[in-house]
Design a protein around this ligand. Sequence first.
Ligand code: KG4
Ligand code: ZN
Length: 357
Amino acid sequence: MKSPEERRAVPIGPILGIESSCDDTAAAVLSADGAVLAEAVHSQAGHAEFGGVVPEIAARAHLAVLPDLVARVMAKAGVRFGDLSAIAASSGPGLIGGLIVGSGFAKGAAIAHRLPYIAINHLEAHALTARLPVLGLEAAFPYLLLLVSGGHCQCIAVEGVGRHVRLGGTIDDAVGEAFDKVAKLLGLGWPGGPALEKLAAEGSATAYRFPRPLIGRTGCDFSFSGLKTAVANLAATFPAGALPRQVAADIAASFQQAVADVVADRATHAMAMFGEAHPGAKLAVVAGGVAANATLRASLLAACNKAGFRFAAPPLRYCTDNAVMVAWAGLERLRAGLVDGLDVAPRPRWPLAELSA
Ligand code: KG4
Ligand code: ZN
C-alpha cells in the first residue's frame, strides 16, 4: 500500500461515496473535479407500515441492496475500483446498523483495492454539498447552514473542511419529526411532511393560532414539542378517527405556518450570530428534506432577504440524503490530506465539533 505522502503526490482520481445512515441506500461516483459521473439512491419501502424508520429493517435492507447498487454506479460511471483515488462512506451520526453496513463495505473494498478510506460525518456531507461545482452556488467558506431534516435541525457556521461551529439546534424534536408526528395525528401516512403540505393547501393558515416555541428568544435553538402538543390537544377534542377533513386541513395549514414562523425567526437569529463572527460573509444555505416545503422555503427566503443574506437551496435530491454529498465531502477531505485509518469505527452520535480538520 502507498504511504499517505505518496498518495498525496498522485493526482486525485474519481471517488466512490456510500450513504447508509438512515433509510436511504445510496452510492455515487464523482470525478476528481467533482463532476457527478453516476449516482443512485434506493429509498427503502418497508418502514411506512410502522410509521417510522425501523433500524433493524433498515440495516438488513442496506445489506441486501448496497453491493448491487455500488456495482451499478461504478459500471455507469465507467470506473473500475483500481481507478479510484479513495472510498468515502457515512460513518455517523445515524443508525448504527446501517452505518456498519456502509462503512464496512467501504473498508472491505478499500482493503481489497489498496485504496484510502475516508470516514464521512453525515452532517459535514450536508454542510459541504453547497460547494458541489455542478450546483454553481459559489459557496465559499464561511457560510451559514440551516439543516432541517427528519433527524437533524441545526444552524451551523461552516468555516472550512472539518471546521464547523454549531450555533444552535433543536432541544427536542427535529423539524421533520414534528411534521411526521403531526401528520400522524391527522391520520396521514409516513413520511408525513409531504402529505401534510398537500393537505395544508386546502386549509387556512390563520384558522388556529398555535404556539411558536422560542420565537424571539436569544440564540438559535429550536423546540417543537409544545407546538405538537397543542395540535394533539386540539385533535383530541374530536372523536377518535373523526376529524373532519376541513378541520384537518386547517390544522395542517396553521401548524405549517407556525413552523415556518419559528424557522424564519431562528434563522434570523442564526444569521445575526453568524454575522458577528464573520462580518461580510452573507450566504445562508438550506439542507434536509424539510427544505422541500414551499411555505418554509418562502419564509426562509424572506428572512434572508431582510437580513441581507443570499439564500441558496441545492436541488431537493441533494438536500435529502444522497451519496453525491458523501463522495464530495470525501473529495474535499482528500484534497485537504485527510484520510482515515481502517480502525475508525462508525458512530451513532458524532457532533460536528468533534470532527478532525
Ligand atoms: O433529509 P431527509 O430526507 O431525511 C432525514 O431525515 O435525514 O428528511 C426527511 C424529512 C421527513 O421528516 C419528512 O416528513 C420531511 O423531511 N419532509 C417534509 C416535506 N418533504 C419531506 N416536511 C415538510 N414538508 C415537505 N414537503
Ligand atoms: Zn441527512
